[in-house]
Design a protein around this ligand. Structure first.
Ligand code: AMP
Length: 195
């Protein structure tokens, strides 16, 4: 396996959600990462969209870095087949390592764990702790409510437009992934082009 060209940290549900569109987008994201010689950095579980994105990345020949807290190994069903698996002591350690290993961040549909992770890297970015691009995949309008809420926060004077601009949202996974990876300074080249 080649040295990966870039790393995408994916935050997404430990459940699959009710629409087939959610699992489909997880599959598309993992496939794109693998096909472009990328590396997935994620929470290390087999459940839900997390497991799907990891499996799709591996199936497409990409590296999978899983980072899971010791205490969550059973509930989150550790993916022992990760190319690199890190079992860490705390959730803070996990999130810190995921952020360190990422070139870009991408949130897919998910629950409060996903929200927390997205908001954490968003707040870290506004404080200048990192300058990595952040994407939000608004599959089937899943994040419409969040986007309109944050827009109303701008109107209410608690958020500025420049803070909103720190997140790039989109509905088309491959377009959004390409934009994020390019914004981070990488030129994603399909492995298929080299055959
Ligand atoms: P969820 O979106 O709730 O299905 O969770 C997705 C992932 O986020 C899981 O791997 C959780 O362990 C993780 N996660 C990260 N931070 C938190 C947190 N503060 N509370 C709950 N889950 C979290």
């Amino acid at each position: 396996m080649n040295t990966p060209a870039f790393s995408v940290c994916v935050y997404c549900g430990s459940r699959s959600g009710t629409l087939p569109a959610y699992t489909e987008v997880a599959r598309q994201v993992g496939t794109w990462i693998g096909q472009h010689n990328g590396q997935l950095v994620y929470g290390g579980g087999n459940n839900g969209l997390m497991g799907m994105v990891a499996q799709a990345t591996a199936d497409a020949g990409g590296r999978v870095v899983g980072i899971i807290p010791q205490a969550l190994q059973t509930t989150e069903n550790t993916r022992t087949a990760c190319t690199e698996l890190h079992v860490v002591n705390t959730m803070h350690e996990r999130k810190h390592m995921m952020a360190e290993r990422a070139d870009v961040f991408l949130a897919l549909p998910g629950g409060i764990g996903t929200f927390e992770e997205l908001f954490e890297v968003w707040t870290w970015r506004q404080l200048g702790y990192h300058d990595k691009p952040i994407g939000l995949l608004n599959t089937a309008g899943y994040y419409d409510g969040l986007l309109s809420f944050t827009q109303s926060s701008v109107q209410a004077g608690f958020l500025n437009d420049w803070q909103m601009d720190l997140i790039r949202s989109g509905t088309e996974p491959t377009t959004l992934l390409r934009e994020l990876v390019q914004a981070a300074g990488f030129a994603p080249e399909s492995k298929l082009n080299r055959i």
